[in-house]
Write a protein that binds this ligand. Structure first.
Ligand code: PLP
Length: 365
């Protein structure tokens, strides 16, 4: 967000900045979702809804698990939340006590550690490397000492790396055996470039699954997510959600019911990301940026630039000042090793990706 602020300041003088820093889809909200929202504005008083969400939307989400994954998820297990961020907060508050230790693979989405710490929980970093394609394994988790929770994300931000079925199954089994609560962030599901993403729900209903409408469904500003909960957390989450949020936003929920009927439009967006990714994976090595994390899903490339700088924050600042390209330094994702990395988001247009590559090539030359 700081890079975005600096990029916007740079733009104020009329410069066209390439926004490769933003972690949100360039495409707008799908047409049918907008139409459903317009209908709701006219026809509905838009008061509070049930704390766990509109029954109609919970049913539609259960239908999504049936249609997209072939999984039977009872709608009673689904809680609609204010973004998946709201779901993460509810998970931490309901499942853990102050001082509990939550393991997370590094590099990570920085809000995770900040929320964990804000709640007096302990964030236990589990350093991952290219050897395990930047994902935790049971061996790495075991080295972290006693844990109360483990958070995994597949596809992950900032690396785009994924856990395959066997890997997720092994982590699930490990957590089950060790009494560790598994939290699976599945917010980038639907945005994959090879095998589809596997849900932790395929390995039982004990994990807490976080998902939402911000990424694949292109609805960031509607602030809507969902969780799939194990039995023991249903009532606690319902009661805490009532107190923290009263209900998720009504109009967003009415609009989101239509999101599951927008696959064609949404898959066309993913096809744009796929072309953007192909261009970057082809061209970045040509201009000397060769060490790239897997980028199997999501819309990010996490690149090692240690041969070009020992301070990626300064490097990104100069790139913005001198070439008007905004990308994100790695320090927030990895406090220890992040000065060697940058994250490039390719969720925008293909023309912008081409222009970014051209500017980068000239700047590096
Ligand atoms: C990995 C990951 N999880 C969760 C979120 C939060 O998304 P939201 O609260 O919009 O659902 C983000 C946003 O960038 C993310 O990258």
């Amino acid at each position: 967000m700081e890079v975005l602020k600096a990029a916007n300041e740079r733009e104020a003088d009329g410069t066209r900045v390439m926004h490769m820093e933003v972690g949100e889809p360039g495409a707008g909200t799908p047409a049918k979702v907008l139409a459903a929202a317009a209908r709701a504005l006219k026809e509905d008083p838009l008061g509070y809804t049930e704390a766990l969400g509109l029954p109609e939307l919970r049913r539609a989400i259960a239908g999504h698990y049936r249609d997209a994954y072939g999984l039977a998820v009872p709608e009673e297990r689904i809680a609609v939340t204010t973004g998946s961020s709201g779901g993460f907060l509810l998970t931490l508050v309901s499942a853990f006590d102050a001082g509990d230790r939550i393991g997370l693979g590094v590099p990570y989405y920085p809000a995770y550690t900040n929320m964990v710490r804000a709640l007096n929980l302990e964030a236990v970093p589990i350093a991952t490397t290219a050897r395990t394609h930047f994902q935790p394994t049971p061996e790495l988790v075991a080295q972290a000492g006693r844990l109360d929770g483990l958070l995994v994300a597949s596809p992950a931000n900032p690396t785009g790396s994924m856990l395959n079925d066997a890997e997720l199954s092994a982590l699930s089994a490990y957590c089950e055996a060790e009494g560790i609560r598994l939290i699976s962030d599945e917010i980038y599901h639907g945005i994959t470039y090879g095998a589809p993403a596997v849900s932790a729900l395929a390995h039982g209903l004990n994990a807490v699954v976080l998902n939402g409408f911000s990424k694949y469904f292109c609805m960031t500003g509607w602030r809507l997510g969902w969780m799939v909960l194990p039995d023991d957390l249903l009532r606690p989450v319902e009661r805490i959600a009532q107190n923290l949020f009263v209900s998720p936003p009504n109009i967003s929920q009415r609009a989101a019911v239509a999101a599951f009927g927008c696959r064609e439009e949404l898959d066309a967006n993913v096809a744009v990301y796929a072309e953007n990714r192909r261009l970057l994976l082809d061209e970045l090595p040509e201009i000397g940026i060769k060490d790239l994390a897997p980028a199997d899903g999501a819309f990010y490339i996490f690149a090692n630039v240690s041969h070009l700088t020992n301070d990626s924050s300064d490097w990104c600042r100069r790139l913005l000042d001198e070439a008007a390209v905004a990308i994100t330094p790695g320090v927030d994702f990895d406090p220890e090793r992040g000065a060697a990395y940058v994250r490039v988001s390719f969720a925008g247009s293909t023309d912008d990706v081409r222009e970014t590559i051209r500017r980068l090539r000239d700047w590096l030359a």
